[in-house]
Design a protein. Structure first.
Length: 347
């Protein structure tokens, strides 16, 4: 009777380990972005990260949604995501207004601030999944891929409530929810794992040698085909090609992820804090002007090391203790008991 629990814990440890590795990639990617037009090495590492880190992050999110999609728990998660979005959209806007004195700055909840697109999309992914729970998983996957392709044709600003990214990355959320556990159980070990890890590193080298000649916009998923310079009716085929690249790169990167429970697993349980708070650090670093003094690509490993340090610090239990009321508020306080309300009205 204990074997299924052991398998479940082993799977969850793998996904928590992966989640922390991915949040480190998020920090590295955001920290490198100001340098990608100056150093080829920074651009290569940036593109390599973007071939897998967001698809896998969405995949992991879909996997963990299996435990909290329906019922009271599911509704509370939706409330929490909405509250996080409103709160941090406001806080980031206030930082722009008070610290950076951004000209013509205005607070809008319809244009997610930088990394907050993920919250808007996560909210929509959960709603779309709840609406299609009666479908067979294969039908959900096919529909999500079609929506991801069609979204690129629509003449709509992709940044509006993260419309474009919601549909572009929707297939990975569905795969994580429906197939995350089975995919994990089929991951090879030993020689096959070593070969996959080597191929993942080889992909980075190939990109560094100029093998991937595409705009980063294709990997970010936030732009229409027209904005990406493709006006042909068959532009959706390019999206299918990007999906193939992301799936292949993601599968290879999984070979780097340890399976055993460790300190990494514990850090992976608190990636939400890293995700929501690191934007302040990145923005302040860019505003400080420190990037202006980076005149050589030798700073790239330093940036990677600092990003890793930031991730470890922000995932520390002390940070969670300090910011939990802000990031994970008690949703039960906002629960309205209808029966109690009726009794009060009657009295």
């Amino acid at each position: 009777m204990t074997k299924p629990t052991t398998i479940r814990e082993d799977q969850d440890s793998f996904f928590y380990n992966l989640r922390f590795m991915l949040i480190v990639c998020v920090l590295v990617g955001n920290a490198l972005e100001p340098l990608i037009t100056r150093f080829a090495g920074a651009e290569a590492l940036f593109l390599w990260i973007y071939t897998f880190h967001m698809p896998l992050f969405v995949w992991v999110t879909g996997y963990f949604a299996r435990h909290s999609l329906q019922g009271t728990t599911g509704r509370n998660v939706l409330k929490q995501i909405a509250m996080q979005y409103v709160l941090f959209q406001t806080l980031y806007a206030l930082m722009d207004y008070t610290v950076f004195h951004t000209p013509h700055m205005r607070l809008s909840f319809f244009a997610p601030y930088l990394l907050l697109w993920f919250l808007a999309s996560h909210f929509c992914w959960r709603l779309l999944l709840r609406l299609t729970l009666s479908w067979k998983p294969l039908y959900r996957l096919i529909a999500s891929v079609l929506l991801g392709i069609i979204a690129g044709y629509l003449p709509i600003d992709g940044f509006w409530l993260s419309f474009s990214r919601t549909f572009v990355f929707l297939p990975f959320f569905m795969i994580g929810y429906d197939y995350g556990g089975s995919i994990r159980s089929r991951l090879q070990s030993g020689l096959a794992r070593s070969v996959a890890a080597s191929l993942s590193a080889g992909l980075l080298i190939w990109i560094a040698l100029g093998g991937l000649e595409i705009s980063a916009g294709w990997l970010m998923g936030s732009m229409t085909y027209a904005e990406l310079g493709r006006h042909e009716w068959y532009a959706g085929i390019y999206r299918l090609g990007i999906y193939a690249l992301e799936i292949g790169s993601s599968a290879l990167f999984l070979a780097w992820v340890p399976c055993l429970t460790s300190k990494l697993t514990d850090l992976g349980r608190r990636t939400l804090y890293v995700f929501l708070l690191h934007g302040f650090l990145i923005r302040l670093t860019i505003w400080s002007g420190v990037y202006n003094y980076m005149e050589t690509s030798l700073y790239i490993p330093i940036i990677v090391s600092i990003a890793l340090m930031f991730a470890i610090v922000l995932a520390h239990p002390a940070i969670r203790h300090a910011f939990r009321p802000l990031i994970e508020p008690d949703i039960s306080r906002f629960h309205f008991n209808r029966q109690r309300g009726l009794k009060r009205s009657a009295s």
